[in-house]
Each structure stands twice: as C-alpha cells, then as structure tokens.
Design a protein around this ligand. Structure first.
Ligand code: NDP
Length: 254
C-alpha cells in the first residue's frame, strides 16, 4: 500500500468548486477522500470519484455546527483512525444583491457572525476534532484555504471575509507551533481569483477587471489551487510549517 493510500484526506466544502478540485487531485495522489459539505450534492460528487475508481465517501454537515463536527469520527467510521490530511476549504462570501460586498457601515451583524462562524470557527472546530487521530499516528497535514483577501486589501470581498481569512492564517500559525512536535504540519493556501460558483456570484465586470491585474493573464482554476494543496499534503513538504502559498498568478506579490 502506498503511503497516501493509508492517509485519508478530509476536504470540507468538497461538493463543488475548489474543494471538489482538491478532492480529485488528492484522490489522484492515492488518498482515500472524504468530502464534507452542507450541500446534499456532495454525495454525487463523491459518487463521481468512486465511479472513477477512487475510494471516496461523502458527509453532509455544517462545519460551524459543533454537534455535527463532533460526529465526524462516527461519520468516517473505519476511516477515522487512518485520517492523515485535513483541508479546511468550506467558506462563504456573501454579497449584496448587486453582487458587491456590503461596506461595514451597511453590514448586518448577523452576516458578520455567520461569515466568521463558517470561515474561521468551522476550521477551528474541524481541526480540533481531527487532532487526536493525527497525533495518534504521529503524522498529519492540515491545510487552510485562506484568500488573497487575507494578504492585501480586499476589494471584492467584505470586511467579515477579510477578517475571517486573516484569522485563519493566525489559527494556522498557532496550530503549526502546537502540532509541529507531533509530526503534523499546518499551512495555508491563499488563492487569487478562481473561476468557481463563488466567483461567478460577483458583480458584472468584476472578473474582467481582476483579469487585467493578473500577470499570467487568466483566472485560476480549482486545479491550480489543488496542486498547491497536494504538494503541502505530500512528504516532500515536511519542512513547510506555518507557511502560506499564494496561488494567484502573480496578482499579489508580498
Ligand atoms: P464555492 O461556493 O464554489 O464552494 C464552497 C463549498 O463550501 C460549497 O459547496 C458550499 O456550500 C460549502 N459550504 C459553505 N458553507 C459551508 C459550511 N458551513 N459547512 C460545510 N460546507 C459549506 O466556493 P469556492 O470553491 O470558490 O471556494 C472554496 C474556498 O476557497 C472558500 O473558503 C473560499 O473562501 C476560498 N477562496 C475562493 C476564491 C475564489 O475566487 N473562488 C478565492 C480565494 C479563496 P453552499 O453552496 O451551500 O454554500
């Protein structure tokens, strides 16, 4: 059995978009994959993977729901102890009806809380739940999907999203320090503009405008992000810990 075949990969928000792309890439690397998503279509996504010969399972769950996250060991069953890779990808980026993010002055507190709950607290809950099996095997990879909104001033996402994704980077650094001694690394991937249903929800012209600021001359694909995640999940990345990989075609350069 290859090393990857004994390292189950859990991908949150795996029903579609970037999460689905990550699941396919990790499956191609040999990992059994678990897709966890609020969208019921997650079962069909897992079925497509399985039909292509990749061991895959689906869990319908909300990453911000304590009880549902606490039920992960039961949901994964005999795969729980084989968990090796955790990708915190589930996220939301609410917009006003005109497709633009609401400014802080017009942002309902409930919208602020929900974005923090899903994008940040969800990653905390899932990561915390997954520590025991990773620690038990003395090897693990946790990858946070943040955003360039956490790297530079956000223009197409709201302040809640920028705050949550920035918080995710702080969470990753803290976890990287806590878990490094256990053989578990924690890193971030910060995508630029990726063509997914989330990006398609933006106001007219936004993606065209962003395209002009991307040196490689195209929007990113889920596969572009997945390649970076697959590298971080590999043995070759064992000395990257607390790092952030920018996957934006050069639209942001630190
Ligand atoms: P999508 O909206 O296409 O996919 C995200 C998936 O996560 C959806 O299936 C969504 O379900 C699911 N999800 C939402 N909330 C929860 C929850 N509480 N629990 C479990 N699953 C949930 O987004 P992308 O694929 O574009 O984005 C994936 C990640 O990448 C996100 O974290 C996003 O912030 C980040 N990102 C995306 C960029 C882009 O340009 N697309 C750029 C930078 C970062 P539902 O549809 O029901 O909400």
């Amino acid at each position: 059995m290859s090393a990857a075949a004994d390292r189950v990969a859990l991908v949150t928000g795996g029903a579609r978009g970037i999460g689905e792309g990550i699941a396919w890439r990790l499956a191609e690397a040999g990992h059994p994959v678990v897709l966890a998503d609020v969208l019921p279509q997650v079962a069909e996504t897992a079925a497509r993977l399985a039909a292509a010969g990749h061991p895959a399972r689906a869990v319908t769950m909300d990453v911000s729901n304590d009880a549902q996250v606490a039920a992960l060991p039961r949901a994964l069953g005999d795969w729980w102890e084989r968990l090796g890779v955790v990708v915190n990808n589930a996220g939301i980026s609410p917009k006003a009806p005109d497709g633009l993010p609401r400014p802080v002055a017009a942002m309902p507190a409930e919208e602020w809380r929900r974005v923090l709950e899903v994008n940040l607290t969800g990653a905390f809950l899932v990561s915390r739940a997954c520590i025991p099996p990773l620690r038990a095997r003395g090897w693990g990879r946790i990858v946070m999907i943040t955003s360039q909104a956490a790297r530079t001033r956000a223009t197409i996402a709201g302040a809640h999203y920028a705050a949550a994704k920035s918080g995710l980077m702080g969470l990753a650094r803290s976890l990287a320090g806590e878990l490094g001694p256990d053989g578990i690394t924690v890193n971030c991937v910060a995508p630029g503009r990726i063509a997914t249903p989330m990006a398609e929800g933006a106001a007219a012209g936004v993606n065209d405008r962003m395209l002009r600021a991307i040196p490689v001359g195209r929007l990113g694909t889920p596969r572009d992000v997945a390649e970076a995640v697959a590298f971080l999940a590999s043995d070759g990345a064992s000395y990257l810990n607390g790092a952030t990989l920018d996957v934006g075609g050069g639209s942001f350069m630190p």
